[in-house]
Design a protein around this ligand. Structure first.
Ligand code: BEZ
Length: 211
């Protein structure tokens, strides 16, 4: 069984395209996005790493450090980075872990043997400042991820952490949110003095808190 929501992420030492790291130190007091890709010098992965690099500022703004991983050596990542820059128009600007012995991939459950017994699937882990898993996503090798969706989930997670609200289906930035069921009406009155719309006692809708 791989990592589950709420698990503390295993710490590890790794070599990356930006030098050695210890993962928990890398995360520090902020948020992190760890994602695996199946293999260097492959087409979908090339577009994904280019897209994450292009949009890194949006992760920075949210206090999220991004870091990639595949079971290729760092020397390959560095050669491949040239192709990413050339074809995607953006240089790699975040570290990519070389996990040639698959130790990290195995620990994190990034290899799904029935899909492929040697390469990582497209795993996504969003990790909170408490080093706990807040989100996991798993895509097959043939489907590139959606950066907008990953940012959307991070926004939702951060709203919940800060304001005790949840986000409804298809929520987007600026849309109404829902007061989490664990907050009593008395507690909710303190947090949301402007009030809320109660569609049911358990369905309390409020404007998205700012800040
Ligand atoms: C790709 O990134 O395009 C890819 C990688 C492994 C298998 C299939 C596609």
């Amino acid at each position: 069984m791989g990592l589950q929501l709420g698990d503390t992420v295993p710490d590890f030492d790794a070599d990356t395209t930006q030098g050695p790291i210890r993962f928990h130190e890398f995360i520090g007091d902020g948020w992190a996005l760890l994602f695996s890709h199946p293999k260097d010098f492959t087409p979908v992965c090339t577009t994904e790493l280019g897209a994450f690099a292009k949009r890194k500022a949006e992760f920075d703004k949210r206090g999220v450090k991004i870091i990639g991983l595949s079971v290729d050596p760092v020397a390959d990542h560095k050669r491949w980075a040239e192709d990413i820059r050339e074809t995607q128009g953006t240089a790699l600007n975040f570290p990519v872990i070389g996990d040639a012995d698959r130790k990290i991939a195995d620990t994190y459950g990034m290899i799904h043997p029935k899909a492929n017994d040697t390469l990582t699937v497209r795993s996504v882990f969003v990790i909170g400042p408490d080093k706990k898993v807040k989100l996991t996503l798993t895509y097959p090798a043939s489907t590139g991820r959606n950066v907008d969706e990953i940012l959307r989930v991070i926004d939702s997670l951060q709203l919940t952490a800060k304001h005790q609200v949840a986000t409804p289906v298809d929520w987007k930035q600026g849309g109404d949110v829902i007061i989490v069921p664990s907050l009593s009406d008395d507690e909710a009155k303190k947090r949301f003095p402007q009030g809320w719309k109660s569609l049911k006692p358990y369905l309390r809708v409020v404007a998205q808190p700012r800040g």
